[in-house]
Design a protein around this ligand. Structure first.
Ligand code: PDD
Length: 278
């Protein structure tokens, strides 16, 4: 695998980052994950816009303009022969003597590498995923795509211990979002419900696209918090992210959702999403 590390394309196995990088010491950085499907970067423009926003929110200068980012991504794809997979981008504040407060003028550290797992047509799109719920232990700025991911690391470990596929995180009785995905339920009346954008959730790029498709198909979208009890009573549930596109939910904490089959709303949205892409 070829990576882009601090300005150069190098074999990933040989890439090194200084120990004093603030990303390593403090998790002081942000990231993006963009899908590549059949050689195409999916939603590149909004991913780069969210990267710019995350950087601005934590006062790291954006090292590249959007067209420069895209050129690096495309060159990375070319050098790796990447047609189906993911591109990971990380920007940290840079290298400095360890101190919590940062100095102005640090040179941000930029890292990109590809991942080769295909994101579309997961077997889970047919079988549905097993979800567990657990408390959302993250900070209060979940709208920033920060590399400080301890709460999600612990959540995903609980997921694998439970033999499940994803965690839906709760604050009080409300579900905020998946550990690495946006959560949706469908009501008996056919409304699609997903939490409204706020600092409590990441503004999902796949969410933006799925909601646009859902509106175009005449579905009613309600952006509001929903509870675990509502999710258990839903006729369908699903989640979206760049790394999974869209996955239907079979069970939540062992309770079957709907009739367990991927529901009609999910199937329609997923098919439309894949069709629009090609
Ligand atoms: N995660 N919410 C959280 C907490 C996420 O980490 C992600 C994505 C999403 C979905 O956002 P998008 O549709 O833009 O991928 C929602 C990525 C895939 C990751 O951390 O690997």
């Amino acid at each position: 695998r070829i990576a882009f590390i601090r300005g150069q394309f190098v074999p990933l196995a040989e890439a090194v980052i200084p120990v004093m990088d603030r990303g390593f010491l403090f998790g002081d950085g942000v990231y993006e994950v963009t899908a590549v499907i059949e050689g195409r970067l999916v939603d590149d423009t909004p991913h780069l816009a969210r990267l710019a926003r995350s950087l601005a929110e934590i006062d790291i200068p954006n090292p590249f303009a959007a067209p420069e980012w895209t050129a690096i991504e495309k060159e990375l794809m070319r050098r790796n022969g990447l047609r189906n997979g993911l591109i990971y981008i990380q920007v940290t504040r840079g290298v400095a003597e360890r101190a919590f407060a940062y100095a102005d003028g640090l040179a941000p550290t930029v890292v990109l590498f590809p991942q080769f797992q295909p994101v579309q047509y997961s077997p889970l799109t047919k079988t549905g995923a097993r979800i567990i719920t657990l408390p959302d232990q993250r900070w209060t700025r979940c709208d920033i795509k920060s590399t400080s991911l301890l709460a999600q690391v612990m959540a995903k470990h609980a997921v694998s211990q439970a033999g499940a596929h994803e965690a839906w995180m709760t604050r009080g009785d409300q579900i905020t979002e998946g550990a690495s995905s946006t959560a949706y339920i469908v009501t008996a009346g056919g409304d699609v419900i997903t939490r409204d954008l706020s600092p409590a959730v990441l503004p999902g790029i796949t969410r933006q696209t799925i909601l646009k498709i859902a509106r175009a198909r005449g579905l009613t979208i309600v952006e509001r918090p929903f509870t675990r009890a509502e999710a258990l009573a839903a006729t369908e549930a699903f989640y979206t992210s760049a790394s999974t596109i869209a996955i239907p939910v079979a069970t939540i904490d062992g309770h079957p959702i709907g009739d367990r089959e991927p529901g009609p709303v999910f199937q329609d949205l997923y098919a439309a999403y894949m069709r629009d892409l090609m």
